[in-house]
Design a protein around this ligand. Structure first.
Ligand SMILES: Cc1cc2nc3c(=O)[nH]c(=O)nc-3n(C[C@H](O)[C@H](O)[C@H](O)COP(=O)(O)OP(=O)(O)OC[C@H]3O[C@@H](n4cnc5c(N)ncnc54)[C@H](O)[C@@H]3O)c2cc1C
Length: 216
């Protein structure tokens, strides 16, 4: 029942879940955010939507409520396909639990026209331990039937030195797109989607890293 515009303006969300705050501001334009809800966007599970990627990168737990009671579903299990979720027909999404993340965040995306659905989007979370990356979480929209985690790229980032951020981000972005086979449509060919994913991953990783460094 929480409208996106409430989340966008919430000082608490800005502090506790800055990735969500940043992503929600990129969803369409103000009238859509005044009407659409965070839970509705997740339950709708559009592969181009921002908030499923936020849930995935954040290791969110989604609480489903039905006649049999409530159950928690990990975000990675919640998204089962395009416009499909693990919710049973008699369940609704009643709660979204986002673990807090120390460090830097970024949600970046490419959209042909401001406020249109993004062709490709990237959610990035990076936590530092001194000059090394303690852990990283990356999720992508627009390159698969659902939002996906870029686990191989996260493994490249984990433990790496932030001294040469540009090279580290470029390497991780290259690894992330290996093996992806996005569909082409009238918005972008598969090749364009892959090129955009690589570019926006690099930008998202660099922005999250620099924010993590400034927050120390
Ligand atoms: C012009 C336009 C541009 C848009 N651009 C974007 C964009 O750039 N990015 C983006 O992410 N989205 C975009 N959207 C989608 C929009 O963000 C809505 O948030 C999204 O469709 C969900 O809206 P809603 O919360 O009103 O849910 P509804 O539209 O009411 O519901 C969507 C579906 O989810 C189900 N549902 C809703 N809430 C729950 C719940 N709590 N539990 C279980 N099922 C539920 C409904 O039954 C329905 O099947 C756009 C929409 C419009 C009209």
């Amino acid at each position: 029942m929480t409208r996106m515009s409430e989340v966008e303006r919430s000082p608490e969300v800005a502090v506790a879940a800055p990735l969500l705050a940043e992503a929600v501001g990129l969803v369409a334009h103000t009238p859509v955010r005044n009407s659409g809800t965070v839970g509705g966007s997740l339950a709708h599970a559009d592969p181009a939507a921002e908030l499923p990627a936020v849930a995935l990168a954040s290791d969110a737990e989604l609480v489903a409520t039905g006649p049999a009671g409530t159950r928690r579903i990990a975000a990675v299990e919640f998204l089962t396909g395009p416009f499909s979720t693990a919710l049973a027909p008699d369940e609704i999404l009643t709660e979204i639990r986002l673990p807090m993340w120390a460090g830097g965040h970024a949600f970046v995306e490419f959209s042909r026209i401001h406020a249109n659905f993004a062709v490709v989007g990237v959610a990035a979370l990076i936590d530092l331990d001194g000059d090394r990356i303690r852990r990283a979480a990356l999720a992508l929209t627009g390159v698969a039937p659902t939002a996906i985690r870029a686990t191989a790229a996260e493994n490249v980032l984990a433990g790496s030195d932030v001294g040469d951020m540009a090279a580290t981000a470029a390497e991780a972005a290259g690894v992330a797109v290996q093996g992806l086979t996005p569909a082409g449509d009238l918005h972008a060919s598969p090749q364009t989607r892959l090129a955009l994913a690589r570019t926006y991953l690099r930008r998202g990783i660099e922005l999250a890293m620099s924010r993590a460094r400034n927050e120390r």
